[in-house]
Ligand binder design. Structure first.
Ligand SMILES: O=C(O)CCC(=O)C(=O)O
Ligand SMILES: [Fe+2]
Length: 214
């Protein structure tokens, strides 16, 4: 299995000092918008990661509302913190998308956490790339094709690595099959932080949930 077209991996894109700066930004951001426990639509089962967001919109999920974008934190009702400059610069450096990202999901993988295979499909404009940053413990990232259950390729992501999904890869199944917990001291309470930037492309009427359009 090879990587799909549009998959790009930039090993150690961020220097150790920049990684510390990113973690400081996550600390400041999550002081304003604390990590919360997302749950699956319908079943209400908790995801193994905890989440927060930067940016005008944040990706959220809970039993009642399902997968969607919201301008405010689900527990506090407060706006998400601004996207740090290091991340908006990264988006400009690795994409040619004309507009800035609207959402940056902060995933915190603690011991045993992983992320099932999925396609990022809650955005209205799925032509915009997805850019993600790995910090802290390494992880096994898997990417397959556009059908669930097909063959996948694995790539071990280390702290400071950047991944871009554009073109066909943007619509491919991907996930995190394991985190090599305890290998890095970067994340204050341990584990791995993943920062995933997306352009949502919501319609002008202010609706930010795809389901609401159907
Ligand atoms: O943690 C990662 O590297 C991937 C995260 C991801 O796919 C997502 O948040 O949609
Ligand atoms: Fe994803």
């Amino acid at each position: 299995m090879t990587y799909p077209d549009g998959f790009a991996h930039y090993p150690l894109y961020f220097s150790p000092d920049q990684q510390v700066a990113l973690i400081d930004a996550v600390k400041a951001g999550t002081a304003q918008a604390p990590f919360y426990q997302p749950t699956m639509p319908r079943t209400g089962a908790p995801l193994s990661v905890v989440m927060s967001n930067f940016g005008p919109l944040g990706w959220v999920t809970d039993r009642e509302g399902g997968y969607r974008y919201e301008a405010t934190h689900p527990n506090t009702g407060v706006q998400w913190p601004d996207l740090p400059d290091l991340l908006s610069n990264l988006w400009r450096e690795v994409t040619d998308w004309p507009e800035p990202p609207e959402a940056c999901l902060i995933n915190w993988y603690r011991d045993g956490a992983k992320m099932g295979m999925h396609i990022d499909r809650d955005e209205f404009d799925m032509n915009a790339p997805v850019v993600s940053v790995s910090l802290g413990d390494p992880a096994m990232f898997r990417i397959g094709g556009d059908a669930r259950g097909g063959k996948t390729a694995g790539i071990k992501l280390f702290s400071g690595d950047v991944v871009v999904l554009s073109g066909p890869a943007r619509r491919c199944y991907h996930g995190v099959s394991r985190v090599y917990y305890g290998q890095s001291a970067l994340v204050p309470k341990g584990g791995r932080i993943n920062l995933t930037m997306r352009f949502v492309g919501a319609p002008a009427c202010g609706v930010t949930t795809k389901k609401a359009m159907i």
